[in-house]
Design a protein around this ligand. Structure first.
Ligand SMILES: Nc1ncnc2c1ncn2[C@@H]1O[C@H](COP(=O)(O)OP(=O)(O)OP(=O)(O)O)[C@@H](O)[C@H]1O
Ligand SMILES: [Mg+2]
Length: 257
């Protein structure tokens, strides 16, 4: 049996489609009959909202699991075929609450250890920061998947990101592997964006797979507003085949022991 692939969607830059991809890739893996758990590690609770829950009304969130060592609060029903651990704004306090906790970097890894055999994939949506919550996510993960916006400025941030991954490998997770890089919000009519995609391919393909770019389209925002993965909102949309292709690649990943 293949071991559980635990994939952290991470980029310290905000608004690069981490949450959108977490939900949509999870959905396509679930369609392939994979058992999928999504974990919201962002105090903004965007993934929780995209999945149709109200972060303000939660009785339990990921915060209790990582701060108080309570069992992981997995939402009692599957949503579009996926299990979810929700987050709310209380998670923002956890960096302070864990300030002096011993081995705090391992809190999410330990919480997931109890349930991970129940899933083929665990996708972790990280916050847009290099803070403790992101370190917890990268420490728990077997793989990191990096969405990158197809603009020159966001491409420059990858140096900082690669440095963070090196630090995590050196200190808390030596077997962390790259699942790859996903150029996002690609506008093929813009020459600068095409150049950026080429530069991403040239400079990062030695480090990890560079997937085909996800086209820029308002349909993702519209689908999230309706609390749906894109494929359930507009089943013929041309961005779906790209997401599906990436999900198929993730399905071939293996876990280093
Ligand atoms: N391919 C796309 N084309 C156009 N807009 C997109 C695309 N993918 C996502 N978006 C939109 O961009 C915005 C940011 O996406 P999302 O919330 O997924 O990013 P994020 O990286 O999780 O952000 P944050 O850093 O705040 O967590 C959302 O409004 C989303 O609907
Ligand atoms: Mg997000």
């Amino acid at each position: 049996m293949t071991k559980t692939r635990i994939i952290a969607l991470f980029n310290q830059s905000g608004g690069v489609a981490k949450t959108t991809l977490t939900q949509n890739l999870g959905y396509h893996l679930a369609l392939k009959k994979r058992r999928v758990l999504l974990v919201d590690m962002d105090p903004q609770g965007s993934l929780t909202t995209f999945m149709g829950l109200e972060p303000d009304t939660l009785s339990e969130s990921i915060q209790q699991a990582i701060v108080e060592n309570k069992p992981l609060p997995i939402y009692p029903e599957l949503i579009h075929g996926m299990a979810l651990v929700p987050a709310d704004i209380n998670l923002a306090a956890s960096e302070m609450q864990l300030f002096s906790a011993i081995a705090r970097e391992y809190r999410l890894k330990n919480a997931l250890a109890v349930v991970k055999d129940d899933y083929d994939f665990i996708l972790i949506d990280s916050p847009p920061s290099l803070g403790l919550l992101s370190i917890l996510s990268l420490t728990a993960a077997t793989h990191i998947l990096v969405p990158i916006q197809c603009q020159f400025k966001s491409f420059k941030g990858t140096e900082l990101l690669l440095n963070t991954v090196s630090q995590v490998r050196a200190h808390t997770n030596p077997t962390l592997q790259f699942a790859g890089f996903v150029p996002t919000m690609f506008d093929s009519r813009t020459a600068q964006e095409s150049r950026t995609v080429k530069a991403i391919q040239e400079q990062l393909s030695d480090i990890g797979t560079v997937y085909p770019p996800i086209p820029k389209t308002i349909a993702f925002a519209d689908a999230s507003e309706h609390r749906l993965p894109l494929a359930l909102f507009d089943k013929n949309h041309n961005a779906i085949s790209v997401v599906k292709k990436i999900a198929n690649s993730l399905d071939k990943l293996e876990v280093k022991s």
